[in-house]
Design a protein around this ligand. Structure first.
Ligand code: MN
Length: 485
């Protein structure tokens, strides 16, 4: 067997690894190689290929050295005849905890509702203790779907669907968008083979065309940047992920000519000042398309996304999309939560979730779910709270409240404060009086009217989506009954 080259991992890491980092990762690789030495994968390859590839995905995700080491070790304890004590003795408590967490999550296969729910519950508990366990699990899943060709056909479909329905949404909610895109594109051909063929063909023809257009723009822009003395500028193209193109196509009757952002030119520069300088350059070289300029640097999207987007007439009857951002914004757009929670200012790894707005929903979700007993209820609430599309609604003070699609002013009121929910009597949506059952839309500005003697009624449950609000209403109604009796 050809031994794995540990340098491939070092090369992918965020920062040049220190000698201590290297020692740790090398030791984990040697330990895993030894533990798996007699095992083979379905493909016939040595088993170590799998943890090695998982570690590479983690390094590319910019996780810290401990997470990469745990990624190398993640299957040793389950498959490799190694005890958890061995792992702890060699690598310490934190890494052993991660390995144990990933193993426990992996043991549960999604067979039937009961076990499905139980594993999701475990996922959340693990997430609360150390979110890095989830990142390893996502990397593990990514490598497994990438190698699905070696698996039995009936299993392929199940794993692919599960990836699209559970893992990709989870990556999405954690903001690791690159992993979400990769998971979806790897699972797509096995989940919906016919549609996959169609979309691939569409993208191939259309993609070639748009790339040609972008190449011209690319050359002119690079030249102008050089003329103006901007040397630290990276320009490349981005083509939309296949599965997200598919979802968009489904909304547009599969007509690819109705999709404008199939590809875009991406410009990455060192500072925010440079971003605006590039924007000025672009708009002086080409005529901008009216209303397509979006400055998400000055006003970031509610999920934190930052970039300047614009579109230009290229002069030959075409339109090109251009995105401008700093290095840091680019990293965040790809790795979301991981680029925030894994390193503190000193570059030291953090294992616990910090009280950070971007991760607060995880903790809130956990608190509510702790109080839910029945499995069905848990699954239902997960579907709405985690996996459904989210909307962002504003309070009059400008705070952003994140809610599931279809949420009502009641959900909004409870998200602000239980007392406001309990006494809501009406709502002003974008300055208009509206009834409490009006479905809220993205970017609505909502003010809740409160009256002392207003109180929750059974009817409210008919238009309330969030687990938290439903729970509060039910509590209120149950207590009312108690007092009457
Ligand atoms: Mn694995």
């Amino acid at each position: 067997m050809v031994p794995m080259d540990v340098k491939e991992i070092y090369d992918l890491m965020k920062k040049t690894p220190t000698e201590a980092d290297k020692k740790l990762i090398k030791k984990a690789l040697d330990f895993a190689t030894e533990a798996h030495k007699t095992q083979k994968r379905f493909s016939g390859e040595s088993y170590i290929v799998h943890p090695f590839e998982v570690a590479k995905i983690l390094a590319d995700m910019r996780t810290d050295p401990e997470t990469i080491a745990a990624g190398l070790l993640h299957d040793t304890y389950e498959d490799g005849h190694v005890s958890l004590e061995d792992v702890e003795k060699n690598f310490g408590k934190d890494i052993a905890f991660m390995v144990d967490g990933v193993t426990k999550l992996g043991k549960l296969r999604y067979q039937g509702l009961e076990r499905h729910v139980e594993s999701l519950r475990k996922l959340f508990i693990a997430m609360a203790k150390d979110i890095r366990v989830i990142l390893i699990r996502l990397a593990d899943r990514l490598h497994n779907v990438r190698t699905l060709e070696h698996v039995r056909p009936d299993k392929q479909k199940r794993i692919a669907l599960e990836t699209l329905e559970i893992y990709a949404p989870l990556a999405n909610r954690l903001g690791v968008w690159k992993i979400k895109g990769l998971l979806e594109d790897a699972a797509f051909p096995y989940a919906y083979p016919e549609d996959y063929k169609k979309v691939t063909a569409l993208r191939k023809t259309k993609g070639k065309e748009t790339i040609k257009k972008l190449e011209k723009v690319y050359r002119s822009l690079s030249k102008e940047a050089a003329n103006q003395g901007m040397t630290n500028i990276q320009i490349d193209y981005r083509i939309k992920y296949l599965y997200s193109l598919y979802l968009k196509l489904k909304l547009k009757d599969m007509d690819i000519d109705k999709i404008y952002d199939i590809s875009a030119l991406r410009v990455i520069v060192p500072t925010i000042g440079d971003c605006y300088k590039v924007l000025g350059m672009v708009h002086s070289l080409w005529t901008p398309v009216p209303d397509r300029l979006k400055d998400y640097i000055a006003t970031p999207k509610p999920n934190g996304y930052q970039s300047i987007h614009t579109a230009i007439f290229t002069g030959d009857g075409n339109v090109a999309e251009i995105q401008i951002r700093t290095e840091e914004m680019h990293r965040e757009a790809q790795y979301g939560v991981t680029s925030h929670i894994l390193y503190d200012e000193h570059g030291k790894a953090r294992s616990k979730l910090k009280s950070d707005k971007k991760t607060s929903w995880i903790r809130e979700l956990l608190d509510w779910h702790k109080k839910i007993d029945s499995h069905e209820e848990f699954l239902d609430s997960l579907k709405t709270d985690l996996f459904q599309d989210r909307i962002f609604v504003f309070t009059p003070k400008g705070d952003v409240i994140e809610l599931p699609k279809g949420a009502s002013p009641i959900d909004f009121a409870y998200a602000i404060h239980t007392d406001i929910g309990d006494h809501a009597s009406g709502a002003m949506i974008n300055g208009k009086f509206s009834s409490l059952d009006t479905p809220l839309k993205n970017n609505d500005l909502v003010l809740i009217e409160v009256k002392k003697n207003s109180k929750p009624s059974n009817k409210w449950l008919g238009f309330t989506k969030t687990t938290f609000a439903r729970k509060q209403i039910k509590n209120f109604l149950a207590e009312g009954k108690k007092i009457k009796n």
